[in-house]
Design a protein around this ligand. Structure first.
Ligand SMILES: CC(C)(COP(=O)(O)OP(=O)(O)OC[C@H]1O[C@@H](n2cnc3c(N)ncnc32)[C@H](O)[C@@H]1OP(=O)(O)O)[C@@H](O)C(=O)NCCC(=O)NCCS
Length: 105
């Protein structure tokens, strides 16, 4: 999904299907439009339309996602743990973790 202001795309996010689970990902807001609640609207909308009750995310911003109720998990779905191992090899994402939010709680 994208967040638009007039003709401008100011933010985006997506639900990525893996083989066995879905992942909420790629949330981004233009630098000059941050801290205006746009990211929150995107994340909440993606949670609402998420196809399963467990909403997974891999992120290097755990504190941001904690504010929505996401919690860090050590033993997540195999596909996401494997993805994490791959991204952790790239120096820029050493802090990445798997988190989950359960819509039914
Ligand atoms: C993460 C991101 C999408 C947030 O978008 P945003 O529109 O600025 O977020 P919101 O306006 O909804 O929320 C801002 C709040 O989050 C907090 N916040 C921002 N970055 C944070 C971080 N890394 N850790 C904890 N809190 C953070 C702000 O302090 C602010 O708090 P406040 O509401 O108490 O003032 C944006 O900073 C971004 O595009 N970052 C770069 C891309 C990225 O790393 N995305 C995550 C990939 S999983």
């Amino acid at each position: 999904m994208v967040a638009v202001d007039g003709d401008d795309i100011v933010g985006f996010g997506r639900i990525r299907p893996h083989k066995e689970v879905y992942e909420l990902g790629c949330v981004g807001v233009l630098e000059n439009r941050r801290n205006q609640g746009i990211g929150r609207i995107i994340v909440k909308h993606l949670i609402n339309i998420f196809p399963t009750s467990d909403v997974y995310i891999t992120t290097d911003m755990p504190d941001y996602f904690k504010s929505f109720g996401f919690r860090k998990i050590e033993t997540g779905p195999k596909e996401l743990i494997e993805k994490l191992k791959r991204v952790c090899k790239s120096k820029c994402r050493e802090e990445a973790v798997v988190m989950v939010y359960n819509k039914e709680i």
